[in-house]
Design a protein around this ligand. Sequence first.
Ligand code: BGC
Length: 257
Amino acid sequence: MIQVGFRKPVINDEINLKETLQKYRSGKCGGHFLPSNCKARQKVALFIPFRNTYEHLKIFLNHMHPFLTRQDLEYKIYIIDLNERILINRSPLLNVRFLEASKDEDYDCYFFHDVDLLPENDYNLYRCSELPRHMSVSKDKFNYQLPYDTFFGGVSAMTKEQILFVNEFSNKFSCWGGEDDDLFNRLIFHNMTVLKSMSDVSRYIILNHKQSPFKPERFKLLSTGIKRVMQDGIKNLKYKMMKRTNYPLYTYIKISL
Ligand code: BGC
């Protein structure tokens, strides 16, 4: 019988993804997994914005595939990369989540997930609800406390209807930060309450990384964000598909803006 509950992620530079692949059953390729003995209640797409952080990606995949298969989910992991080696806000990468995943399946649930966040508790269920869900409520770096009440970054889950209703992320932010706060404002503007998991369940480990450059302009954009909801978001995102490759543990998508 599989033990479920609290599990410390393995954080080790020596992780070999070939071994991970041998250990975990794969339904189809491209990081698409199916439960072997039941029909999953939800089909879940996980989107991971990626900027050259292979060390994190190895640790992430090694932890997430076992974690998600223990939940008997049908899921697919997408890694989204940008062709240009420039600093941008990650919002266009995240906006691609719905546009690209819905080419594969009509998923019940779309996650965005930072590659440096690892869930510690199996009872943190990766699925959508009638309201948008914020998953990464408590993180070791913040002493397992929410940094501020309206925080919606890290890991969150929304349905297709919720995404289209609020027009997803703004594409206007540059450098690090602000896009998740703006999305939270969009949800509140549309009278949607955000469901937050209980902090003892939604515990995450953060992998060490350098702080990306940020600009104070994000606060100004945030204060005027609601005025742009309808014209700035998933509906006006323009991008070119550069590469889409199925690897056994994930689908890699590279776009150009
Ligand atoms: C940024 C957010 C970020 C949060 C937590 C805020 O100042 O605007 O984008 O998620 O800090 O790090």
